[in-house]
Design a binder for this molecule. Structure first.
Ligand SMILES: [Zn+2]
Length: 118
């Protein structure tokens, strides 16, 4: 099992999911949902973290498997996700998410599922 390395504030790392540059800005908190900050080498950028949550959390993940990124391309659905993050005290702002990259990633996930993958 890989051990997480705790990083100092301001450390710049490459997201393990997409390679995007990320800056460590805070510590994880149980009060932040559905996503929280990370201060370890296991942290993800906002787009990858949101994609991971959307593809692993029922019942949302079921919708993603069938409709890919179509949902997050719809403004009213995107607004609901943003509201959910705001209500959950999530430290990620809508501006930090690359919504088109997120939609493309969810499209690929749906395509994998259609081929019989996970
Ligand atoms: Zn990423």
């Amino acid at each position: 099992m890989r051990r997480r390395k705790v990083l100092a504030q301001g450390t710049v790392i490459d997201c393990p999911g997409c390679g995007r540059r990320c800056v460590v800005r805070g510590q994880p908190s149980e009060a932040e949902r559905p996503l929280t900050r990370s201060n370890t080498t296991d942290g993800w950028c906002a787009t990858c973290a949101l994609a991971r949550w959307l593809t692993t959390t029922e019942p949302v993940s079921r919708l993603v498997r069938h409709s890919g990124g179509d949902g997050v391309r719809l403004p009213h659905v995107r607004d609901q996700i943003i509201t959910l993050m705001r209500v959950g005290n999530c430290p990620i702002s809508a501006d930090e998410v690359d919504w088109e990259a997120l939609a493309d990633r969810l499209d690929r996930k749906a395509a994998e599922y259609a081929k019989g993958g996970e």
